[in-house]
Design a binder for this molecule. Structure first.
Ligand code: HEM
Length: 168
């Protein structure tokens, strides 16, 4: 075999080897990316991250119902706000508030009730009373072991309701 032929043969071999390595590398990359996605890890910087809703962070409807029930126990003992509820059917209220908050926190929508403007009409709730309600909700969730960042998210979800709840 001439020197030129040897070079030619080596070139062919290198090309075949290079192709094999490249294919293997690509296959390995896609395998890991796919596996990473399945395991919920970020496979590559462009893959979509699953954003967990507050509803999921709290563990769904059952936990939210338990929190709402504990929350209203506190509300009914709190001199700043308890007088608002003296004629309220609290069983109905817990159910309504649970469904409302499930939806507001990113869960399913099973709320059948008034919108927040109509629901608080004639109560003339002021800002400090609104703050008291949010504070009691945060206190309840803290006692139940909900992390502070999730409680912060919940306060942010409640805040835009202030304009509909207050001074109606
Ligand atoms: C984050 C703020 C609040 C949310 C998300 C909220 C949510 C709700 C919901 C879903 C209902 C039921 C409406 C229906 O059944 O159609 C309701 C009723 C009621 N809310 Fe609120 N509320 C908030 C703030 C407040 C505040 C600050 C007060 C008073 C201090 C208050 C007092 C009441 C009362 C007394 C009722 C029951 C009315 C009745 O007996 O029919 N709420 N609220």
């Amino acid at each position: 075999m001439s020197f030129a032929e040897k070079i030619q043969q080596n070139k062919g071999l290198s090309l075949a080897l290079g192709g094999l390595l490249a294919t293997g590398g690509l296959a390995y990359y896609f395998y890991n990316n796919f596996k990473g996605r399945k395991e919920g890890k970020r496979g590559c910087p462009y893959s979509a991250q699953k954003i967990q809703s507050v509803y999921d962070k709290l563990g769904g409807k059952e936990n939210i119902a338990a929190a709402v029930s504990k929350f209203y126990d506190k509300v009914l003992k709190d001199d700043r706000v308890k007088h608002f509820f003296k004629n309220t059917d609290m069983k109905h209220q817990v159910k309504q508030q649970t469904n409302f908050l499930c939806f507001a926190f990113g869960g399913p929508n099973n709320y059948v009730g008034k919108n927040m403007k109509d629901g608080h009409k004639g109560m003339n709730i002021d800002d400090s009373q609104f703050n008291a309600i949010v504070e009691l909700l945060a206190q309840t969730l803290t006692e139940m072991g909900v992390p502070q960042d999730a409680i912060g998210e919940i306060a942010n979800i409640c805040e835009p309701l202030r304009k509909d709840v207050c001074f109606q």
